[in-house]
Design a protein around this ligand. Structure first.
Ligand code: NAD
Ligand code: TDX
Length: 329
């Protein structure tokens, strides 16, 4: 099949979801170009199984002049923009890096992409931009009502992208994904933190009463969905990417304990997150109708693969233990 794009540039390709996307792009025969600052969350170990099959540039997306040089040299024709500060709890401690990377970084990248006449720009966003919803689902038309500093920074990024589409006919699309989980996720996030905690023979910290609901999407399904949108999505459109697998946090903790052969004594209720969003839920009718994509991995299968991965990659996970304890002290 003839390729729609010659060279794809992936920002944040050393991160959790970005690296899953890079591994997929390599499988599809591309030599992706990665731009990543390698913050605490970035790690090239995630790309060891495709080593030598991508190009890597350690660049901050806020660094206009280095990006300019890179674009002139590499001439990418599609960009998939994952790079961001991604953790809600950190944004509550200090919003500054979120404003810088997620808003200013996105604006710098948009300007360079516009100047270099990129053919397609896929902006990776989140369900959190809609705020929370007690009943029903968010559609792509739902208003943006973000609650945490992280969610606000992502919503601002989305609005900038929309402004460039409208003002400059810029060829962008927006993807709003639900909570991802799977191999290589940094254990500041709930599922890998819970697994790491159990592996350390400690109790899983569950915020509040554990009644908040998230929609869990296996990271490889997410990467496949983004690929569909890159190839078949319509310019200027927004696409939700969810799995339909919604669970209360307490149920996730119990499932993890079950997979790991522990009893429900292994849970500890801790102080709630300030402003904690109650529930996220996405309608995925649009992407299903336009591309046929739907999540393939059940929550039970995904959790069991994630637990296996964590057990087989203990060293990587255990290496983050001290930093996680410092973060949550
Ligand atoms: P992550 O934190 O694992 O990875 C982020 C990557 O971006 C890291 O490799 C980091 O080094 C890089 N980065 C950060 N700031 C940078 C900068 N200024 N310049 C260059 N690189 C920079 O994040 P993730 O979980 O893989 O999320 C990827 C994207 O998907 C983010 O935009 C996030 O908002 C979005 N998202 C994540 C989820 C989720 O559940 N993890 C859900 C929906 C949307
Ligand atoms: O130790 C914990 N205990 C706990 O109960 C942690 C870290 C979290 N939680 C709760 C808070 C949330 O209700 O679990 C839920 C999931 O928390 P996170 O993994 O921090 O994710 P969330 O805040 O839902 O945001 C995630 O989904 C949307 C990603 O981090 C974002 O990048 C993405 O945009």
């Amino acid at each position: 099949m003839r390729r729609k794009f010659r060279k794809i540039l992936v920002t944040g390709g050393a991160g959790f979801i970005g690296s899953a996307f890079v591994r997929l792009a390599v499988k599809k025969g591309f030599l992706p170009i990665i731009v990543d600052k390698l913050t605490y969350a970035g790690d090239l170990a995630r790309l060891k199984e495709v080593s030598g099959k991508f190009k890597f540039y350690k660049i901050d997306i806020c660094d206009k002049s280095r990006l300019e040089t890179l674009f002139t040299r590499e001439k990418p024709d599609a960009i998939i923009h994952f790079a961001a500060e991604s953790h809600v709890d950190r944004s509550i401690k200090d919003a500054t890096p979120f404003i810088e990377a997620n808003i200013r970084g996105t604006q710098v990248l948009l300007d360079i992409a516009l100047k270099h006449k990129i053919k397609r720009f896929v902006h990776i966003s989140t369900d959190e931009v809609y705020g929370d919803i007690e009943k029903g689902k968010f559609s792509e038309e739902s208003p943006l009502k973000p609650n945490s500093p992280y969610a606000v920074s992502k919503a601002a990024g989305d609005l900038l992208v929309k402004a460039y589409v409208r003002t400059f006919n810029f060829p962008a699309l927006i993807v709003r994904a639900s909570n991802n989980y799977g191999p290589w996720q940094y254990p500041e996030k709930f599922i890998p933190r819970a697994i790491l905690t159990v592996l350390k023979n400690k109790k899983i910290p569950v915020y509040g009463k554990g009644l908040n609901v998230r929609e869990w999407l296996y990271v490889e399904d997410c990467a496949l969905g983004i690929w569909q949108i890159l190839e078949r999505g319509k310019i200027g459109e927004v696409y939700n990417l969810g799995s339909g697998y919604e669970e209360k946090n307490i149920q996730i903790a119990e499932k993890i304990l079950g997979v790991m052969g522990r009893c429900s004594e292994g849970i500890e209720f801790v102080k709630d997150r300030p402003g904690h969003d109650i529930r996220y839920s996405l309608s995925v009718e649009k992407i299903l109708k336009q591309t046929g994509w739907r999540a393939q991995t059940s929550l039970d299968a995904g959790l069991s693969m994630t637990v296996d991965w964590c057990i087989n990659n203990k060293q990587w996970l255990f290496g983050k233990w001290e930093e996680i304890n410092k973060l949550y002290k």
